[in-house]
Design a protein around this ligand. Sequence first.
Ligand code: GDP
Length: 432
Amino acid sequence: LPVLAIVGRPNVGKSALVNRVLGRREAVVEDKPGVTRDRVAYKAEWAGRRFTLVDTGGWEPDAAGINAAVAAQAEVAIDLADVVLFVVDSNVGATATDEHVVKLLRRANRPVFLAANKVDDARQEAQSSALWSLGLGEPYPVSALHGRGVADLLDLIMAKMPEVSAVAKQELGGPRRVAILGRPNVGKSSLLNKAAGEERVVVNELAGTTRDPVDEQIELGGKVWTFVDTAGIRKRVHLQQGADFYASLRTSAALEKAEVAVVVLDVTEPISTQDLRIIDLVLESGRALVLAFNKWDLLDDDRRRYLEREIEQDLHHVTWAPRVNISARTGRHLEKLVPALELALESWDTRVPTGKFNAFLAELTASHPHPVRGGKQPRILFGTQAASRPPTFVLFTTGFLDPGYRRYVQRRLREIYGFEGSPIVVNMRVRE
Ligand code: GDP
């Protein structure tokens, strides 16, 4: 989904504006799991268009650090956004901090809308015109509190939002999109540098390429790949407060743009809840997954035994993900990353013809029928693959299938078709 980021100093009314946008459509508001500190990314909808709304107002920097903190949060949000809504308090006017954010906005070259907030009635509208001085074009007077002007502004914003997400664009051709994910210090930037350092390509005009400055195109294994959100890996934004939620936000945003995720793990340290949370975000996003065990050069026999046990315990739910054991430092086995990515994407793209899928279901139900429950035995009437990326199947049944039986269907699907590197989804429709 396209991303709208709301940026501004503390107390200008960002959260009120977010609530305004989301408020009338309570049903589409949902928590973004994995964001522990605060809610920052919301699924939102306006005039029938869906988008991700990013609120940077979730925390307040201490007074001394306002400038630096606002700039840092703005920088992160601007990188992620397709469109930025910059909010200024019209009663206060432009401050030095605002001017600073404006510089960032100019450099980022994103469509920006300037909201002059707290214009609660027509008499106050005049004071918002002072904000022309920011050089961001027309200030739009709004009142987040009363809703005044908000709808009109959102209509204008929607007109500037890209129609299709980066992933949808990708289906028209162009390099495949990879996100490198992992907690800090696992070696993401080392991996990226090693890969890019050796085989960087300067791509001029590739068909269907989205030219996003935070992405990089790198040739690996004779093919060009787009590594998404590499700015987030290369440029380390040092945040004291909120570091966690920006990490989660970056992960979610990168996944939004990517087709396949490489989750980098550090073999010298135990697999942590943070690692698992990142993997969960990948699973939830429905993207393909490759696990890269990095710093293999530092692995000794003792640690290796522990690692094997941890993998067994903590990663049993993703045994289908290809694993590569690499060293970003020495370059060990980096070449194995490409076949792993290709395998994962091939699985992710797979379409099982309906005939074949129903033959599979017939065989499965004959050899292993659903157990009888309360005198009834739900039957699978037929099934079809409703979507790929990831493969999504729908079963039409005469009653609810036991969760255990649904897992059995999933397991058999993997046994027969593999789907290495891709999550698969099995849904159910009960026919009365
Ligand atoms: P990031 O935060 O995930 O981008 O991690 P970095 O790439 O900055 O790496 C963190 C630290 O681990 C740096 O000191 C790297 O030099 C080191 N490092 C990364 N990969 C490897 C590796 O394969 N082997 C060894 N020995 N050190 C590594």
